[in-house]
Design a protein around this ligand. Structure first.
Ligand code: SF4
Ligand code: SF4
Length: 160
């Protein structure tokens, strides 16, 4: 038997890529009641996008909640989907409300395990992620802080 002096490269296992939230555009988060709040500026942007007047948008799609804020109405059907959800898509996607742009990177989902589990149960983009992976994904996006208020939501931008 003879041994050669060849160097054998060690087999290095590939570094696992960190998991990232990816939206599948399934629309599940547009179903259900309440929680979509916007201010007058966002309402005007929606009106411009739809080619309607702000008054038309306010009358048909919105309910005034006080303190300059409006909630988006739900459709009357069984799903209770957001009234802007139609034909399995968001009618106002380019100007959608800040909370829709930020979701699921919201304060409650980031810092409350129960809220994270609830979000996971409806969102295919989260289904294979642990809470730690979700937090790591949020931190990797270089965002200063999770949004706690409407004004901080405005600074977060679009997450998907
Ligand atoms: S505004 Fe658009 S993204 Fe937001 S809940 Fe309604 S349909 Fe979904
Ligand atoms: S955020 Fe989640 S629930 Fe909403 S459309 Fe994307 S994958 Fe579906």
């Amino acid at each position: 038997m003879s041994f050669t002096n060849k160097r054998i490269s060690p087999i290095v296992p590939p570094t696992p890529q960190p998991k990232k939230f990816v939206c599948t555009r399934c629309g599940s988060c547009c179903l259900g009641y309440g929680g979509i709040l916007i201010d007058a500026k966002a309402a005007r942007a929606i009106a411009g996008h739809l080619g309607l007047t702000p008054a038309q948008v306010e009358n048909f799609y919105l309910k005034y909640e006080g303190r300059g804020m409006y909630s988006v109405k739900n459709s009357p059907g069984n799903t209770g989907s957001c009234l802007f959800y139609s034909g399995e898509k968001c009618l106002i996607d380019p100007v959608k409300p800040p909370i829709c742009k930020a979701w699921p990177f919201l304060y409650g989902i980031l810092y409350c395990i129960d809220a994270f589990d609830e979000a996971k149960s409806i969102c295919p983009g989260l289904k294979d992620m642990t809470h730690e992976e979700f937090l790591a994904d949020f931190r990797s996006r270089g965002l200063a802080a999770p949004p706690r208020s409407y004004s901080s939501l405005l600074q977060l931008g679009d997450t998907f």
